[in-house]
Design a protein. Structure first.
Length: 483
């Protein structure tokens, strides 16, 4: 079998004819399809070796690469293909540095070897927990007055590459504002692109967010400090990866939630609807994700399509019935080496139009679904749409060696930084819980500048100054680990 790449796009498999006929037929098709002029030179990848992956198996890295042993590449596209392969490997988050070198180039036979040099990430994180219980640092700082009572503490162990197959183990013992126990294990590289994961979580808390007023969550805690909310979830997921870019997941889970009688009698009778103190249901979920972004940690080009279909409640032990669809599309343009434009559109709707319990009725203001300038608000609702846009200018991209660093994984320092300008808008539809929530059922608009910093291709920080159409303006700090 012969695979021929042109500009990392065009690949032909020919299994018949003689080698000479096959080669010239492939060459003719390639020249015609790509409208090339003149003579195109090719090179054959004789071998691919890996260096520096002391923990990670070779097969995991090979699975992320488009190039295989025996492939034929055009010399014109060789450098571009190598750069894209390096970014694909970095997308795994298993490595802080990737460099592919050309070795043993025989110009007579037009054959060469590729050596993939890797600097592995730090995989095991046994660490104390000291984290904020609120949706973000900004909510804790401004809305909750920096209260230390709203802090979680404890211990956790995250192993991001337990057996060298990108399999992740998570153990968590958390106390403080939310008491939480969690066990999770995911093995993404079973045979034939299949993967399997399981997750068990139990949590309880003495303070509860019981209703939304003025598009802010109101909280209550009793003097006797009794437990007001308990949650339990157990789930199993089966995943299938098709090629490099298409991912599918089927997830089955059981949910059991309980609140104290005081919540439904005095705070919100519709927390679980109809004065219920328990909510138990089975959930079946399907995810489809086609990801053709370049450098997914901080996309520089390409696009991504995602669909999520979720059915809550069926069969026995089900006290909640809903069917929702979430869809999103992302597109990135690299106008030149330092300038990137991105646009991200996401929408959700509930196909079953029954009223949703307050505990499950989330719209914008949670996770990544935040309109610039509205970081301190929540807009609950049955349906929503959000469109986020940004113009990004690269101002720093350096890699230095730091010999004084004790951890070998971080001796080679990678620092990237961008200036960003955001323009977002969105809309949340809610038919029921609209009392005092003026941001529902209207278009919202926000904008502002930001600075993004990425360290070791792993740690990201954002500094933002945001404005919105209702006159708010504020400075926000955000951070995350890209695992």
């Amino acid at each position: 079998m012969y695979r021929i790449f042109v500009d990392n796009k065009f690949c032909i498999h020919m299994l018949s004819l003689t080698f000479i006929k096959r080669f010239f037929l492939c060459l003719t098709i390639i020249i015609s399809a790509n409208n090339l002029s003149g003579q195109t030179d090719f090179i054959i990848v004789n071998n691919i070796t890996f260096k520096g992956n002391k923990k990670t198996t070779d097969r995991v890295v090979k699975y992320e690469m488009a190039i295989e042993k025996g492939d034929t590449l055009t010399l014109k596209a060789l450098n571009k293909i190598i750069i894209l392969e390096e970014k694909r490997i970095l997308n795994t988050r298993l490595f802080t540095f990737v460099k592919i070198n050309i070795k043993n180039w025989d110009q007579i036979s037009n054959r060469l070897d590729l050596e993939v040099n890797l600097q592995e990430n730090w995989y095991i994180y046994p660490a104390p927990i000291f984290e904020l219980a609120d949706r973000s640092f900004n909510v804790w700082w401004k809305e909750q007055k920096r209260s230390l009572k709203r802090v979680n503490f404890g211990a956790r162990i995250d192993h991001l590459n337990l057996t060298g197959n990108k399999d992740r183990l998570k153990l968590k013992l958390q106390f403080g504002y939310v008491r939480k126990y969690e066990l999770k294990y995911a093995f993404p590289y079973l045979k034939g692109g299949w993967g399997l994961s399981t997750n068990i979580v139990y949590s309880e808390q003495k303070e509860i967010g019981y209703i939304t007023r003025g598009n802010k969550t109101l909280f209550e805690q009793l003097e006797d400090e009794r437990i007001l909310l308990k949650r339990f979830r157990a789930s199993t997921s089966l995943s299938k990866r098709i090629g490099l870019r298409f991912f599918q997941v089927i997830r089955f889970s059981y949910h059991q939630n309980e609140v104290d009688d005081f919540v439904v009698q005095n705070l919100n009778s519709n927390y679980f609807l109809s004065n219920n103190t328990n909510l138990k249901f089975l959930q079946l979920e399907y995810d489809a994700d086609y990801d053709k972004r370049v450098f997914t940690i901080y996309p520089e080009g390409g696009y991504r399509l995602k669909v999520n279909i979720k059915k809550d409640g069926f069969g026995f032990e089900s006290e909640y019935n809903n069917l929702s669809i979430v869809g999103s599309i992302e597109k990135y343009w690299k106008l030149w080496e330092a300038l990137i434009i991105e646009t991200r559109l996401r929408g959700k709707t509930n196909l079953i139009r029954d009223r949703i319990p307050f505990s499950n009725n989330t719209g914008l203001g949670y996770g990544g679904n935040i309109i610039t300038g509205y970081e301190l608000y929540v807009i609950d609702g049955t349906d929503y749409i959000i469109h986020k846009n940004a113009l990004k200018l690269s101002i720093l991209d350096i890699t230095k060696r730091w010999d004084k660093m004790i951890l070998r994984q971080y001796k080679k320092v990678s620092i990237k930084a961008w200036l960003r300008w955001n323009i977002d808008y969105g809309y949340v539809n809610e038919r029921h819980s609209t009392e005092g929530n003026l941001l529902n059922n209207q278009w919202l608009f926000g904008y502002g500048p930001a600075l993004d910093v990425l360290l070791y291709n792993t740690f990201s920080f954002q500094l933002e100054y945001s404005f919105n159409e209702i006159g708010d303006k504020a400075f926000f700090i955000k951070s995350r680990l890209n695992f």
